[in-house]
Design a protein around this ligand. Structure first.
Ligand code: NAD
Ligand code: LMR
Length: 338
């Protein structure tokens, strides 16, 4: 029994070593807009992520309180709050991943494009700072309109001479989260088992869920599929209207943002077969940016996956979304270069 005990304790100590925090790489994650509606719960969720060793919370106001609050949680990462442009450099230096939920949210009656005038400038400035202070970081863009803010960041990065298309992501995970939830409800399958790719972009008809590829499969009528597609496309508006002037999705977005950031960190750490949908530079269609399934790896995007077979309804949706997505991309590119 002595031998058994010592061999099991040796095994345990081996296990402890392989799972100890020292064997997990150090990763600094910066959240820009960390005191906002998304930023605060996202900061909480990233503080709970054992892959994060340093959490940098930046905003133009209120970060000391958020950092002090989140920082008391007894998990791995250290937490530092940075406030105001003078502290942006320190917030970004050494970051492996920068998540950007900075900017104004919609009110009822607005489109995401109505946010362009304010958010484009915010994203432009933050992208310039990223180019300067952490040019090798992965960037997860949440700020709307994502269809334009990602091209803006790409153009700013190109001007700075550090653009790496593998490292820039528009976060469309919330569309996937919604598609999964709505599909599970109609298909009567356990929501935790559901997978649904969502392609295109992140606004209205540019959001195209591929329910024909949803698993577990279910035999849903054309009417139900049309309704599910529309509900996914209008998911953001559903929340904006329910909040009645008090902003847009923050909690479900924080969840989705944390999920996508975790996938990026796993990719960086060499975990194989990490696949998520994201809006990235792409040659899958004729559009220069497009959301589809992406394999994540040590350098960011490892592979942009094919769309797979589409139903006739989805093929129509794909053609219908292209003009709007194209013009949103062009609007972003033009803004960044003016
Ligand atoms: P919010 O107003 O609650 O928070 C935004 C935060 O950004 C504020 O704390 C503000 O101080 C900060 N901010 C403004 N300018 C900044 C700057 N230059 N640098 C750093 N921080 C700055 O808004 P929210 O509800 O958190 O939404 C933020 C953005 O995310 C909006 O544009 C919204 O449309 C978008 N959004 C995207 C998705 C998505 O799926 N991609 C989902 C939900 C919301
Ligand atoms: C969402 O999809 O919830 C976000 O893009 C916010 C919005 O304005 O709808």
């Amino acid at each position: 029994s002595v031998i058994v005990r010592s061999s099991s304790s040796a095994k345990q100590s081996l296990l402890r070593r392989s799972f100890s925090s020292s064997s997990v790489p150090e990763r600094k994650v910066a959240i820009l807009g960390a005191a906002g509606g998304i930023g605060q719960p996202l900061a909480l969720l990233m503080k709970l992520n054992p892959l994060v060793s340093s959490l940098s919370l930046f905003d133009i106001a209120n970060t000391p309180g958020v950092a002090a609050d989140v920082g008391h949680i007894n998990t791995r990462s250290e937490v530092v709050g940075y406030m105001g442009d003078d502290e942006l450099a320190k917030a970004l230096e050494g970051a492996d991943l920068v998540i950007i939920p900075a900017g104004v949210p919609r009110k009822p009656g607005m489109t995401r494009d109505d946010l362009f005038n304010i958010n484009a400038g915010i994203v432009k400035n933050l992208s310039s700072a990223i180019a300067k202070y952490c040019p090798h970081a992965l960037v997860n863009m949440i700020s709307n309109p994502v269809n334009s803010t990602v091209p803006i960041a790409a153009e700013i990065f190109k001007k700075a001479g550090m653009y790496d298309e593998k490292k820039l992501f528009g976060v469309t995970t919330l569309d996937v989260v919604r598609a999964k939830t709505f599909y599970a409800g109609k298909a009567n399958v356990p929501v935790a088992e559901v997978n649904v790719p969502v392609i295109g972009g992140h606004a209205g008809v540019t959001i195209l869920p591929l329910f024909s590829q949803a698993t577990p499969q279910a035999n849903l009528s054309a009417d139900v599929l049309t309704a599910l597609t529309k509900r996914t496309q209008d998911g953001g508006t559903e929340v904006v209207e329910a909040k009645a002037g008090k902003g847009s999705a923050t909690l479900s977005m924080a969840y989705a943002g944390a999920l996508f950031a975790d996938a990026c960190l796993k990719g960086l750490n060499g975990v194989p077969d990490v696949v998520e949908c994201s809006y990235v530079q792409s040659t899958i269609t004729e559009l220069p940016f497009f959301a589809s399934k992406v394999r994540l790896g040590k350098n960011g995007v490892e592979e942009v996956l094919d769309l797979g077979p589409l139903s006739d309804f989805e093929k129509e949706g794909l053609e219908a979304l292209k003009p709007e997505l194209k013009s949103s991309i062009e609007k972003g590119v033009k803004f960044a270069n003016q």
